[in-house]
Design a protein around this ligand. Structure first.
Ligand SMILES: NC(=O)c1ccc[n+]([C@@H]2O[C@H](COP(=O)([O-])OP(=O)(O)OC[C@H]3O[C@@H](n4cnc5c(N)ncnc54)[C@H](O)[C@@H]3O)[C@@H](O)[C@H]2O)c1
Length: 715
């Protein structure tokens, strides 16, 4: 044994060749935590001091190679000063450099996923062999940073600027064939033969057939481009990547700038440049938010896994109503492997639902994601019906009929009589209280909400809503079914609108007020899109549909009349009254026309301004700041209320719900983190400035208390 630690062991395997094996004790995967880096340094020392070694093979004893850095250490690490971060990176890089400088040929055997720091480890050795199913990449930009263990230096020299930009600025995970093509790895071999292949490479080096030192020098030298080529490669990619990533995500462009800066330098100087750029990015609020988001997502996954342990099996599901939502639920369930019965009361509905599923499947086949045989299997696992024939075999039902409490009441009671006593019944209602719907049920313990978002196959969130009488088994089974469908479930308590719509409608309330006070709805859209929303509020209303918006708005107003009831006619009323329902009938705040490719295009319609005249009281010019404040304060305050009322369990659930449910800008981390970042006291001050606009803008007493005591939602 040459070295033995808790994450790494090094031993001689054959003919003077050593094996350095990553196997982090007590963890299911290898990751670069502090311990692993320290041990790697010690292992490198031990290897250097050995006499007569002929080579090194780096391996992993886990299914994955190394999944990346330990992100749970980031928040604390990034809280340090920029100087500390630079020093920290340089220290870690000494370890990677020591591996790179070992006095014999080195090869990494990449058996599984090698991402971030894991792939930077691979880059430190002279050669890389990779299993066909493994994946490699540097996805750091997804956390608002870029590689900091020499990745920008080594990869750009190994695969060239264009490829390095694509991998690093795009944060792509790359398959073996792609990695081989650009030269990021040297061979692709079956997992069981990786070590043999690595040993063969080492032997060839020692026999003089391969020149590992030349390879090493290439990685440690300057990028081989003349000034003109360099300028072209970097400037063009900077412009392209800036356009794609947008101003709100600075890391991809900074990564390119960093590579440009160190292009003419050799390794040690280049690593210093990388460390400085890395530290700058690690100190941005974007990085803090994206790291927070990752951790919240992990927490959410843990909660869902805990629920899954208590779940009953769902071998057969059913959906009631084959409309937009019912059709989507049937498709998604079948696609992910749970057969489903789709019931409607009229044949047209069924045809529509099946056609919708077919359309999605054809798209998959066209994109090469599925073959015709699999498509037929999926379609066959959707059983359309007009009656309750097979419902005795059903384990879980999703009710997705029209949003009308009376209709739903009848349908739910009818269903309860048709299914087994232990079957779980859920409703996809978007606004109606689960307790209200449970009122006439015989087994309310088996009932809860299962709120999907439109379009079902695209939107990741499912709100699982617990009524007063809902059992843990019902929640657990619904959570497990949502996960089986590939969705992210969040368990919330019952109230009108639950979490997502309860928070969305106050945001629309902000919009209605702005238009009333003379703001140009197009400007509001532009400002909010620049802020980071995927679409502005007027455009979003067009997508949701004015009928749905008006109807759900009325339910919310009933539930929270003090702040969600609007006096007089609103902009939404005007659109609705003029049959401008939005995208569904090609006219809402905007007009929708087909472009040459047959795609629906949003176009400005002067008519909208004329129609809105009666509701506009005065002409005001609003600054971008005021628009943002008037839109965001109601949304943020309602999120605070959801937390205080126990609708969500914790701030992480609330923020993730908004990111997954309505596309809250991820780089801002969510509504509660946004308040934290402004400063709770500053946020309350800002809200008070708009107090005249009514209760939507009035902070809760608890929030005022937090402002006084300096408490935050996170950390
Ligand atoms: N559309 C959305 O954006 C959206 C998003 C989330 C949740 N929801 C909710 O999903 C539910 C369905 O909405 P949708 O947009 O799919 O409506 P939809 O009008 O497209 O479909 C409703 C379907 O239910 C059928 N139906 C009516 N009574 C029935 C009965 N007794 N038994 C079986 N089928 C019956 C109708 O024939 C129709 O096909 C509503 O509760 C809605 O609030 C909708």
């Amino acid at each position: 044994m040459i070295y033995e630690g808790k994450a790494i062991t090094v031993k001689e395997i054959e003919g003077g060749i050593a094996q350095l094996d990553f196997d982090l004790q007590g963890e299911s995967v290898n990751k670069f935590n502090r311990l692993t880096i320290e041990e790697l340094g010690a292992a490198a020392e031990a290897l250097k001091s050995q006499k007569n070694l002929k080579g090194l093979v780096v391996t992993s004893s886990k299914d994955s190679f190394i999944v990346g850095a330990d992100i749970t250490e980031f928040t604390e690490l990034f809280a340090g000063s920029e100087e500390d971060l630079v020093a920290n990176n340089l220290k870690a890089n000494e370890v990677f450099n020591a591996i790179e400088d070992l006095p014999f040929p080195t090869v990494t055997a990449i058996n599984g996923i090698a991402l971030g720091g894991g792939f930077e480890m691979c880059l430190a050795t002279d050669y890389r062999v990779m299993a066909p199913k493994a994946k490699v990449g540097l996805p750091e930009v997804k956390l608002g940073i870029f590689p900091g263990f020499g990745g920008t230096v080594r990869l750009s020299r190994l695969v060239g600027v264009d490829n390095a930009v694509e991998w690093i600025a795009g944060g792509t995970e790359n398959r073996a064939d792609a990695a081989l093509k650009v030269g990021a790895v040297d061979a692709v071999v079956e997992a069981g033969k990786l070590v043999d292949a690595a040993v063969a490479i080492i032997n060839q080096c020692n026999e003089g057939k391969l020149d590992n030192l030349a390879r090493r020098e290439e990685k440690k030298g300057k990028i081989k481009l003349n000034a003109m080529e360099s300028m072209m490669a970097f400037e063009i990619s900077k412009a392209f990547v800036a356009g794609k990533a947008g101003k709100n995500y600075p890391a991809p462009v900074e990564a390119i700038k960093t590579m440009q800066k160190h292009a003419g330098m050799t390794r040690d100087k280049a690593i210093e440049v990388e460390a400085k750029g890395f530290a700058k990015m690690a100190k941005t609020n974007v990085a803090a938010c994206l790291v927070g988001l990752f951790l919240n997502d992990q927490a959410l996954k843990k909660k869902a896994s805990a629920w899954e342990k208590e779940a009953s099996d769902v071998k057969l599901a059913a959906v009631l109503g084959a409309g937009i939502m019912g059709g989507g639920v049937a498709y998604q369930s079948a696609l992910k492997g749970t057969p489903i019965i789709m019931k409607d009361i009229n044949q047209d509905g069924i045809t529509l639902g099946l056609n919708e599923a077919k359309k999605q499947l054809v798209k998959r086949v066209d994109k090469g994601k599925m073959d015709a045989g699999k498509m037929a299997d999926v379609l066959n696992s959707i059983t359309p019906t007009l009656n309750y024939g097979d419902f005795k075999n059903v384990d879980l039902v999703v009710e997705a009929v029209v949003e009308n409490p009376k209709v739903k009441d009848i349908v739910l009671r009818e269903t309860e009589d048709m299914v087994r006593d232990d079957a779980i019944i859920t409703s996809n209602t978007s606004t109606i209280s689960i307790d209200l719907l449970a009122k006439n049920l015989k087994r309310p313990e088996n009932f809860c909400g299962m709120h999907f978002f439109n379009p079902v196959h695209m939107m990741p969130l499912v709100e699982v809503i617990r009524g007063a009488k809902t059992s843990d088994r019902a929640i657990a089974t619904t959570v497990a079914y949502a996960k089986a469908m590939g969705k992210t479930p969040i368990v919330v308590n019952d109230c009108p609108g639950f979490l997502v719509n309860r928070v969305l409608f106050p945001y629309f309330g902000g919009f209605i007020g702005l238009v009333r006070d003379g703001a140009d709805f197009q400007k509001v859209d532009k400002v909010m899109e620049k802020f980071g929303w995927p679409m502005g509020p007027a455009y979003l209303l067009d997508v949701v549909g004015m009928d749905t918006g008006k109807h759900a708005g009325a339910v919310m107003a009933d539930g929270f009349p003090d702040r969600m009831k609007h006096e007089g006619t609103t902009a939404i009323d005007v659109m609705f009254d003029n049959n401008r329902y939005g995208q569904k009938n090609d006219k809402g705040f905007y007009k929708y026309e087909l472009d040459r490719k047959g795609k629906q295009q949003k176009v400005v319609d002067e008519e909208t301004y004329k129609l809105l005249e009666p509701v506009v009281q005065g002409k005001n010019e609003f600054s971008d700041e005021d628009i943002i404040a008037r839109m965001m304060i109601p949304l943020c305050l309602e999120t605070v209320r959801c937390l205080e009322d126990g609708i969500v369990e914790d701030p992480a659930d609330a923020d993730m719900g908004l990111i997954f449910g309505i596309g809250f800008p991820p780089f801002r981390g969510g509504a509660l983190r946004y308040i934290d970042d402004l400063g709770v006291d500053k946020f309350v001050e800002l809200a008070d400035k708009f107090a005249d606009l009514g209760p939507l803008y009035h902070p809760t007493e608890k929030l005022r208390e937090m402002a006084k005591t300096g408490k935050k939602f996170f950390g």
